[in-house]
Design a protein around this ligand. Structure first.
Ligand code: HEC
Length: 114
């Protein structure tokens, strides 16, 4: 129930047309940042520090030399789950919430963070 509201909030903000400003350091990846923002990822993740979920830079660091990283994260974002970082559960994003193409864009964005 609570998850539903968390996921709805960014949608309502997007519908109201108030576009958030992309932080300076992500200007070169504005589309990716805005996609993460509008999908609601930043409710639990913020680049640079841990929130409910791990900071994405840490995720990138952990999987840097892992050839299965992209496949693992594609699955994780689709199906959700816990245990990789903490016991809290990351919600899954089905195709109607986040298309496969957009999921891939986000995975590449996360893995590109330093
Ligand atoms: C309701 C909170 C919440 C939201 C919203 C959320 N996450 Fe997460 N995320 C988490 C938690 C909690 C974890 C840690 C899960 C674990 O320890 O296995 C996590 C972990 C991750 C990981 C690391 C997975 C791993 O196995 O190492 C990635 C990548 C990630 N999230 C991406 C995203 C993306 C992309 C979005 C938006 C589409 C998103 N998250 C939205 C809570 C959230």
């Amino acid at each position: 129930m609570r998850t539903r509201n968390i996921l709805l909030a960014p949608l309502l903000i997007a519908l109201a047309g108030c576009q958030p400003e992309v932080p300076q350091q992500y200007a070169a990846k504005a589309n990716e940042w805005l996609l993460a923002q509008s999908t609601g990822c930043f409710q639990c993740h913020i680049t640079g520090k841990d929130r409910l979920g791990p900071a994405w830079e840490k995720v990138s660091e952990r999987y840097r030399n892992n050839p299965d990283a992209e496949a693992h994260l594609m699955n994780k974002i689709k199906n959700g789950g816990n245990g990789a970082w903490i016991s809290r559960t990351m919600p899954g994003y089905s195709e109607d919430l986040l298309s496969e193409a957009n999921r891939k864009t986000l995975v590449k964005f996360i893995l590109s963070l330093r």
